[in-house]
Design a protein around this ligand. Structure first.
Ligand SMILES: [Zn+2]
Length: 69
């Protein structure tokens, strides 16, 4: 099972090796994740960094969480 983010405006997908709960958390708590990134010396896990990058690229667009089984 994998989950990801889809931009409904552009039709672009970002698949992450995470469950839907984690992906949804990232989308809904984006500002918290960015705070953590700023104050963490070790940085974010790769999937979180990828997710934030995707959200940056599609700022203002409609982002949904998708799951593939
Ligand atoms: Zn987009």
């Amino acid at each position: 099972m994998r989950s990801g983010l889809v931009c409904e405006d552009c039709g672009e997908y970002l698949w992450l090796a995470q469950g839907a709960v984690h992906v949804r958390w990232l989308r809904d708590r984006e500002h918290v994740v960015r705070e953590v990134a700023e104050h963490s010396s070790s940085g974010l896990e790769t999937w979180m960094a990828e997710g934030l990058h995707f959200l940056d690229e599609h700022r203002g667009h409609s982002i949904a969480v998708v799951t593939e089984r």
